[in-house]
Design a protein around this ligand. Structure first.
Ligand SMILES: [Zn+2]
Length: 444
């Protein structure tokens, strides 16, 4: 008798209708109709079974800045949203993950507290290219670089030469570079001018980070990636024009993947003005016209991955003067809900496409074996979802450290009823049930 059978759910996978999933030793042993009984029986009739969400971009800040979030609270919130594997960014932990010693420290910290599996990004900063090989040997999924100021002095931006040489080293190591693509020249000059003219409104902030700053940085980064024959991943592309710029490079043969985030698909500039600092991020939320274009590209299939970029801060850093407030949106629990509400229900996006953006393509792009798909032999990472269940998100529902999020009071159709990580139910009906901890996952 197998450990568990998930019975009668509608599987979110190509060509798979209603079926049972047999789980043995944390892996999917078989998929089919009327499978023999298991020691544990999970009734999923009337529900959809997604592959567990793989979030390739978030900041849990272990070690060193756990008062902002932390792997325990962060992974609980992630699990509540159907998540089973996340990739933690090299900042805003401190020290940042820019060498093997800091990789080991972060890995130890997350191993002790995370209820989901995790993988780690390394950082690319001026001076640390000699560290990249050791980070690769430890098992980083890639290296993250900022083309503009990161907001944290301990993680300086990559100048052009650092980026170019970092791309060459990453190519040699068979890994990719991820870039935060906004022009330093434009954003800094516009910010200086804003300060000189004593302008400090939310609208002034938005104007200081224009769309062209994103498009120019994407064009430069893709040019360098082509020159270095390297793989590139553009994080949090906020506009349709940014997606098109990256796709044009891809059409020329550059190995680039494109990520966007739920907040660019859900909120607009008007929401930042309405909600204030809780909706502040960089690149900033955009006007409706830009958001519509981003949706066009997403529905066409040009975007590869949707990731949360969960980047929380303590409440005191998200209140007061908007221009001094931390730029980062806390939304790790809501990614699937946003895609179901705004993608599936509002725009007819097929559920298989959502499963692909949130699980299959992240696993494929980052060479994570045995995850992201509902197939025999894969890890039994599942999100069981009532796709049509309506709910309004309340602060009490949030499991992250500080229950602040622009999604509070938003209404969604699509609720996660259970999350299973390698065969173990870690979240069910609003409660965390995990007994064991998650583990480090390395690319193959
Ligand atoms: Zn980020």
């Amino acid at each position: 008798m197998v450990d568990t059978v998930v019975r009668g759910g509608t599987l979110v996978a190509e060509g798979l209708p209603q079926a049972d999933i047999a789980i043995e030793g944390g892996r999917i042993q078989a998929i089919g109709r009327d499978l023999p009984g298991g020691k544990e029986e999970i009734d999923a009739r009337g529900l959809h079974v997604f592959p567990g969400i793989i979030d390739v971009h978030l900041h849990f800040n272990e070690p060193g800045r756990t008062e902002w979030e932390g792997g325990e609270t962060g992974s609980r919130a992630f699990a509540a949203g159907g998540g089973t594997l996340y990739f933690d960014m090299p900042l805003n932990s401190t020290p940042c993950t820019v060498n093997a010693r800091e990789f080991d420290r972060k890995c130890a910290a997350l191993s002790a507290v995370s209820i989901t599996d995790f993988a780690l990004w390394g950082g690319l900063v001026p001076g640390n290219i000699p560290e990249m090989a050791e980070l690769a040997a430890r098992g980083v999924v890639g290296f993250k670089a900022f083309l503009c100021d990161s907001g944290l002095p301990e993680f300086p931006r990559a100048d052009d030469l650092t980026l170019l040489e970092g791309l060459r080293e990453a190519a040699r190591l068979g890994l990719l570079i991820a870039v935060h693509a906004e022009s330093e020249e434009l954003t800094q000059a516009l910010r200086r001018r804003m300060v000189e003219e004593d302008r400090s409104s939310i609208r002034d902030f938005l104007t200081s980070r224009p769309v062209v700053a994103e498009v120019e940085a994407i064009q430069r980064a893709t040019l360098f990636a082509g020159e270095a024959s390297a793989k590139l991943h553009i994080v949090h592309v906020s506009t349709g024009r940014g997606v098109v710029a990256a796709a044009e490079a891809r059409a020329r043969g550059v190995g680039v993947s494109i990520e966007t985030c739920p907040h660019y698909l859900f909120f607009t500039e008007e929401d930042v003005e309405r909600l204030g600092a809780v909706a502040k991020c960089a690149p900033p939320l955009r006007e409706k016209r830009e958001q519509d274009q981003l949706w066009v590209e997403l529905l066409k299939g040009t975007v590869d991955i949707v990731a949360s970029d969960h980047s929380p801060a303590p409440p005191e850093m998200k209140s007061g003067d908007f221009n001094q407030a931390w730029g980062g949106i806390a939304g790790v629990q809501s990614t699937l809900a946003v895609m179901l509400e705004r993608g599936h229900h509002a725009r007819g996006m097929p559920l298989e496409r959502i499963g692909s953006l949130l699980a299959a393509q992240p696993a494929c792009r980052f060479r994570i074996a045995n995850k992201g798909r509902l197939i025999p032999g894969a890890d039994a990472d599942l999100a069981i979802v009532d796709v049509s269940k309506s709910f309004e998100l309340h602060a009490d529902d949030l499991m992250q450290r500080h229950p602040m999020s622009p999604y509070i009071n938003a209404c969604f159709r699509g609720a996660v009823t259970r999350t299973i990580r390698r065969g173990e139910t870690i979240f069910m009906n609003g409660r965390i049930t995990a007994q064991s901890r998650g583990a480090l996952v390395r690319p193959i």
